[in-house]
Design a protein around this ligand. Structure first.
Ligand code: COA
Length: 376
């Protein structure tokens, strides 16, 4: 290890890059993308506008948004081979594993695959945002023995996603809640998956390779996989009346509760506050209010007892569930939002690249001689 440098476990607090994308104020629980507060974006912007802001720097003017949207819609179709691969995939394969392989396959078909210039990366980012949504839904349909639903050119990104998933035209309230969720998941500074995409990019590898790595990183239950785990916790609790007993046991056994805690936010995750409101409305609307009530009760109990805050994945779980999203698609949906931030970070990393190559502190055996097999 380099003289004088100290091990920082989990790289906690280490600043690994300068970025113009995400302003994360952990102490005050505030978050903005390129200066736009997350609260205003979630309430007022579409996910397409958020993607534009992340990739191009400013909100689009009307003509720019129209042109951008046309490009995203044109990119929704999947190469035939990719859908064919879904048909050959074991039906029990976890959708995140399929998504990771899909991103790699999309790289095999992308005409710009190995071009790391900014124009090429902007084209690839738009294709990935559209194609990932189509792929998640198409794979889900195929694994259930159904035909994929073709993308609908008259629907925006969020509405088209829900349409491709269910085959039904979604209600306006569901579309708004889903669109806002994608915005809330779009970008989050040097989180583990984004950092992964930057590490891969720093070797001058390409966007599809970096995104496939990001998908692998976000899958884990300490990261994006937490949302799915939250819903499984709520299933385990079962009823609102069981929350106290569950919380007592969890506290007594020091159980790690998914959807609670955050490396950076200690006072509160601003995304969770917005998702709480969206989950309340969606759970009420869908007749599944008990999941929201259970979440609120658990939040209060754990917050009071341990001071732990709910993070972005806590209220998104009952929200996604009440929108009819299958539990094992929660993490793919999160990745479908984060693709915008990953790709924006990849572009930023290429613009000011230095190989990311930290050191390890060796704590293994001292130098020792090799013993031939017969002498051991
Ligand atoms: N449930 C129970 N205790 C938790 C907890 C949780 N979800 N999150 C943190 N803690 C406790 C730890 O046990 C530890 O207590 P201790 O000091 O008494 O040992 C303390 O809080 C610090 O936790 P630590 O794991 O060191 O913090 P971190 O910064 O490494 O962890 C997370 C951040 C996100 C990994 C962690 O909060 C976690 O595992 N949360 C659950 C997974 C999750 O929701 N991930 C999505 C993040 S958006």
């Amino acid at each position: 290890m380099t003289e004088g440098s100290a091990l920082i476990r989990g790289l906690e607090g280490v600043v690994a890059a300068q970025t113009e994308l995400c302003d994360l104020d952990g102490a005050n629980g505030r978050l903005a993308y390129r200066g736009y507060d997350i609260d205003e974006l979630a309430r007022q912007a579409t996910f397409e506008e958020v993607a534009y802001v992340l990739w191009h720097g400013d909100l689009p003017k009307p003509g720019q948004l129209d042109q951008f949207t046309v490009g995203l819609i044109a990119a929704r179709e999947l190469p035939r081979d990719v859908v064919q691969a879904f048909r050959l995939t074991p039906r029990t394969t976890d959708p995140m594993r399929v998504l990771q392989a899909t991103v790699a396959m999309l790289g095999m078909h992308d005409p710009d695959a190995t071009d790391n210039s900014k124009p090429a990366n902007l084209r690839k980012a738009a294709r990935l945002m559209s194609q990932m949504a189509t792929a998640i839904c198409a794979h889900h349909r195929v694994r259930g023995g159904l035909e994929p639903v073709a993308p609908a050119a008259d629907l925006g990104h969020a509405a088209n996603f829900l349409h491709m998933l269910t085959g039904q035209r979604p209600a306006a309230a569901a579309v708004k809640a889903f669109d806002a969720s994608l915005t809330l998941y779009a970008e989050h500074e040097m989180n583990a998956s984004t950092f992964t995409t930057r590490v891969i990019t720093s070797t001058q590898s390409d966007m599809h390779s970096a995104v496939a790595g990001g998908v692998g990183a976000i899958k884990g239950p300490l990261h994006g996989g937490a949302g799915e785990a939250v819903m499984r916790t709520l299933f385990e609790i079962g009823e609102v009346d069981n929350v106290d007993k569950f919380a007592d046991e969890a506290l007594a056994t020091k159980r790690r509760l998914m959807g609670f805690g955050h490396r950076v936010y200690k006072a509160g995750d601003p995304r969770a506050a917005i998702l709480l409101g969206l989950a309340e409305a969606a759970c009420r609307e869908s007749g599944q209010f008990k999941w929201f009530q259970m979440a609120v009760k658990l939040h209060k109990r754990i917050g009071d007892a341990k001071g732990l805050i709910p993070n972005v994945d806590f209220y998104s779980a009952p929200l996604f569930y009440s929108l009819g999203i299958p539990v094992d698609l929660f993490t793919p949906v999160i990745a479908a939002g984060r693709i915008t931030g990953w790709t924006a970070n990849i572009i930023e990393q290429h613009e000011d690249n230095r190989l990311i190559r930290p050191r390890g502190e060796y704590v293994g055996p001292k130098r020792r001689p090799y013993l031939p097999l017969g002498s051991r």
